[in-house]
Design a protein around this ligand. Structure first.
Ligand code: PA5
Length: 503
């Protein structure tokens, strides 16, 4: 039997974009036309006056404006609760303006050199040292990137992630994908002590050394703190190529640092365009003119929702490529806001898939939910709905009106937005014009500033995550890490007081 025939379909435009990357093909991201064509829009129509309980009214938002502006001013002046230890964690705020072309060129040439020697690249890290890279690659590359021939990947190696969980089966499966290939890795950890990252690195490194001996050293990149941490010491000792996570930028705010840029450059994504997106949104959100500043509006609307009793934020998209960005938001917001009993639970969702799972709950469950949609306006590809010889699905009307899958996929957001609003779920839509690095950059910066302001509104430091440290310490004690013996004894004493219930 012959294989499936795709003749007659236009070529895949995501692949076409990727192929351009090999030749350094850039979008004209500096032209006013490009910028206006790629404007990020916040549609807040359904945020206000959704039926109660917990109605958000225009006057609630207006009442918040002075606080929001004050929070923004404090943030930009480096005031308030912004410290992690001695360090003010606002290095990301003006970072877009500090990045120079030569620095990006250096990243490109170092990753380019490694890329020539390898078939596959593994990015090892977790949390802020993983999610931003995965989200951006997912947004800007083919859904089956690693299965494409190299020229269709724009010359990039295959790209894998490890260290984001401790599942031995997943790990082993990934090793099978790497077997027989020349690989390079980037181990990313600011602290250098994160267990998941360290274990994954140890295993991969030992396999690489077994295969290539000391030559493996030249295939290992390390992205970590400039001066401190266990990884820094090892990188210096072994001469690994090192990239830096600045001291004053926390993991979840680090996608514009080497943490994100190295992985994106490895995938041949235009990192200059990515920076330009950040820079543009940095300029757009600089001032205190509330309704002209999307970060402030976004922060205020979410805070109004919080005050109205909303406790869950479903972040849903109509683009499989943007699902990773929903997951990035699942970290950015809860890790920054989830302090002292505050913060909304962020639930990432791909619509319409999730509507057939939790749609009932959103429509009729507890009215403590709000929704944020990431609506991709223009997909790379257009897929027509063809005529067939029967109309048993009743869809001939789409064909007659020449409507395509793209049209239907917009309604996958427009439909729930209206229905959920009427059902008492306020929702906002962030319209993203198309899949490009500029748009990702804008979106990330807009949201980073929003969550920073949100932390101030909630009355606590959005740049620390003591709760994450709590789990790390309990885990260290459980696996018997030296230095955590007292913690282990405390836990054992605690268990003696807790009656086990096992059924
Ligand atoms: O946002 C954060 O700071 C965290 O999610 C960290 O990125 C995550 O815990 C990984 O830490 P590290 O980079 O130190 O391994």
């Amino acid at each position: 039997m012959d294989g499936l025939n795709l003749e007659g379909l236009p070529p895949n435009q995501t692949v076409a974009e990727q192929r351009k990357r090999e030749k350094g093909g850039q979008h004209p991201f500096e032209t006013p036309e490009f910028v206006s064509d790629n404007r990020l829009v916040l549609d807040l129509t359904y945020m206000l006056e959704a039926p109660g309980p917990g109605i958000i009214r225009r006057e609630d938002v207006d009442a918040l404006i002075p606080q929001v502006i004050k929070a923004h001013q404090m943030l930009t002046k480096g005031q308030g609760d912004i410290y992690d230890g001695e360090v003010a964690m606002t290095g990301w705020l003006d970072l877009p303006g500090r990045i120079r072309k030569a620095y990006l060129q250096d990243i490109r040439s170092r990753t380019g050199e490694l890329s020539e020697q390898i078939d596959a690249f593994v990015s090892i890290g977790i949390g802020g040292s993983y999610l931003g890279i995965e989200a951006t690659l997912g947004a800007l590359t083919h859904g089956w990137f690693n299965r494409l021939p190299r020229e269709d990947r724009g010359g990039a190696p295959e790209i894998y992630f490890l260290g984001q969980n401790m599942d031995p089966d997943f790990f082993r499966d990934t090793l099978d994908m790497l077997a027989g290939k020349r690989i390079g890795i980037n181990v990313i950890s600011k602290s250098g002590t994160t267990t998941e990252t360290a274990i994954a690195f140890r295993i991969i490194r030992s396999l690489m050394e077994k295969t290539w001996g000391r030559k493996a050293d030249s295939l290992i990149l390390v992205t970590t703190d400039q001066e401190r941490g266990a990884l820094r010491g090892l990188a210096d000792e072994r001469g690994y190529q090192a990239f830096v996570i600045p001291d004053n930028i926390g993991g979840r705010f680090s996608v514009l640092t080497d943490v994100g840029l190295v992985g994106l450059a490895m995938a041949r994504i235009d990192i200059e365009e990515f920076v330009a997106g950040f820079r543009h949104m940095h300029a757009v959100t600089r001032h205190d003119d509330f309704w002209e500043n999307p970060s402030l509006v976004h922060a205020a609307l979410r805070h109004a929702a919080w005050e109205a009793g909303k406790r869950v934020e479903v972040v849903a998209t109509n683009s499989a490529s943007l699902y990773g960005v929903c997951r990035w938001m699942e970290q950015l917001f809860p890790e920054s806001e989830g302090h002292q009993g505050h913060g909304m639970w962020v639930s990432p969702a791909m619509y319409s898939e999730k509507l057939h799972a939790n749609g009932q709950m959103v429509q009729e469950g507890p009215r403590n939910i709000m929704e944020t949609f990431l609506l991709l306006q223009n997909h790379d590809n257009q897929i027509k709905i063809p005529p067939v010889d029967t109309n048993q699905d009743g869809l001939d009307f789409l064909v007659k009106r020449d409507l395509d899958m793209n049209f239907v996929n917009q309604k996958v957001i427009h439909g729930p937005a209206y229905a959920h609003y009427r059902g008492g779920v306020p929702n906002m839509t962030i319209e993203i014009q198309r899949r490009n690095a500029f748009n990702l950059g804008q979106l990330y910066y807009m949201l980073e500033k929003s969550v920073a302001v949100s932390g101030f509104l909630l009355g606590h430091n959005p740049f620390v995550q003591p709760g994450v440290e709590a789990y790390k310490h309990a885990m260290f004690a459980l696996i018997g890490k030296p230095g955590f013996d007292q913690k282990r004894r405390d836990m054992e004493a605690d268990w003696a007081r807790i009656d086990p219930i096992r059924v």
